[in-house]
Design a protein around this ligand. Sequence first.
Ligand SMILES: [Zn+2]
Length: 99
Amino acid sequence: MTYDAAAEQARKVAEEIGGKDVDHVDTPVRPAACPVCEVVLTGAMSVFEAASPEVGDATICIGCGTICLYTEEMTLRLPTKTEMFEIVRILGKKLNKPA
Ligand SMILES: [Zn+2]
């Protein structure tokens, strides 16, 4: 499955469940395959600002939702258990932050 096909599938699912599209910024990135579903990610998006992934940054695969990390070669790999705990800790802090 290509990135565009996965993005279209995600839009359809969001429409079916009554989700709304949000304003976001798409940034083309060097193509990298998800280590789980093998969708080739060719773009990154962020709700807040232009996404420009760097080594060690986390991303969520649009094809399967897996959290991946960018390697030195800007390919994607699964986080280690320790890295996953750190990601969850950081997300937990952001989600629990008072509005
Ligand atoms: Zn995937």
